[in-house]
Structures are given as C-alpha cells and as structure tokens.
Design a protein around this ligand. Structure first.
Ligand code: SF4
Ligand code: SF4
Length: 201
C-alpha cells in the first residue's frame, strides 16, 4: 500500500506528528468521566470472541447503568483491513456510553482484569488502549476526529506533553521493546531533522 509516511516499524507506518502534537499528561476519568468511551469502539473479531467467552464474569462486575444481555453488546461484524483478523465488530452504545463503561467512567473489561489479578489490558480492545492514537490505513497516527469530540483532553490549556509522552506505555505494548527502541531512534532523527529545517529557514 502507498503511504505518505516514511518510517515503518513492525509492519506499521509511523506518523511523526505523534512526537510533536500535544495532549494531557495522563488520563483521569474523575475529570473527563471517560468520555472517549461514550461512542463505543471497534474491536477485532478475535477480541470480540474473547469478550464473549467471559461474558458471565463481565456481567458480575457490571452496574445498573449497563445492559447485561450479551446479545446487545455488539454490532454486526464488518470487513476492515486495519484489524488483524480483517473483521471489525463495534461495541454498542447504551445509556449514552459504550456498553462496557460503568457509571463511574471505568471500563468493565479493564476493571475485571485488575480485580482478578490479570494483566490490566488482557480483555481491553487494542483501539481503546491506543486512543488518542489509532491505526488508520496501515499507519500509527493521531485520532484527530475522535479527539475533537472531547471536552477535556481536546483543550489546548490542558495540553502539557506530547502524545508520544502521554502514550509511551501503550506504544510499547503495541510495538514491543525492540520496536519501541526503534521508535525512540526515529523520534530523535525526526526531531533533529525539523530543527535543522528551522535553522535553514
Ligand atoms: S483520552 Fe481523554 S477522554 Fe479518554 S480517558 Fe483520557 S483524558 Fe479522558
Ligand atoms: S471497551 Fe472499555 S475502553 Fe473500550 S470504549 Fe468500551 S468502555 Fe471504553
């Protein structure tokens, strides 16, 4: 596939704007109520199957603002090449939020993993982990469209770090240690190149 970005790591193009665009230091559901989860998310078919496998466990930790019938949790599957299996399955929205978001603004999929002593992202869909980043047309890039809907992390006055700094743990999770090291090297190269461009002007 043709792509406007130069660098590729683990088969993914890298949008260098992740090194310069600004964001909040850290997510804080007490401030934002987890509003990025108000619209649902697209899961990979494999993630969807993993979630359905543990439906009884999920229901146990849902509150009265959430719908407990799993037949209401997902949309119809659709083809999408940005997903590992090639098939995306969207989560439904109920009570104005993703079916897995509880009334305190926490994701039930992450909550149950922590409650059970598992890795915190064991059941969490990749695109939820990555936001404000997204994989779009084969590139790791910034999800501007979704960021623009937010009322806290979209505001410049709350921006203190770069998206890269904000999302280090998530990027490491995506690319692995080796891929992350390669990204760090690319970051330095890219930032030096734009510095040189500025000096030349
Ligand atoms: S990405 Fe924004 S809306 Fe989502 S949890 Fe973080 S600060 Fe809140
Ligand atoms: S699955 Fe969890 S993290 Fe993802 S949108 Fe739903 S509540 Fe948010």
């Amino acid at each position: 596939m043709q792509n406007k970005f130069q660098k590729k790591i683990n088969g993914l193009f890298i949008d260098p704007q992740i090194f310069t665009a600004k964001f909040v230091t850290a997510c804080n559901a007490c401030i934002c109520s987890g509003e990025c989860c108000y619209y649902g998310v697209y899961t990979d078919k494999k993630e969807y199957e993993k979630i359905i496998e543990i439906k009884d466990r999920i229901i146990k930790s849902m509150d009265d603002s959430q719908i407990k019938d799993p037949s209401n949790w997902f949309e119809e599957p659709e083809a999408d090449p940005d997903f590992e299996s090639g098939i995306a399955v969207g989560t439904e929205v109920y009570n104005g939020k993703c079916v897995f978001l509880d009334k305190q603004g926490f994701c039930t999929l992450q909550k149950i993993a922590i409650e059970d002593g598992e890795f915190k992202w064991k059941y969490k869909p990749l695109y939820c982990i990555l936001f404000p980043l997204v994989i779009f047309e084969g590139a790791l890039t910034i999800d501007d469209e979704h960021i623009n809907r937010m009322h806290y992390c979209n505001l410049a006055k709350n921006h203190t770090v770069t998206i890269f700094e904000h999302s280090k743990e998530e990027i490491k999770f995506l690319l692995g240690e080796k891929g992350f090291e390669e990204l760090l090297q690319y970051k330095d190269e890219y930032l030096n190149s734009i510095k040189e461009e500025k000096i030349a002007i």
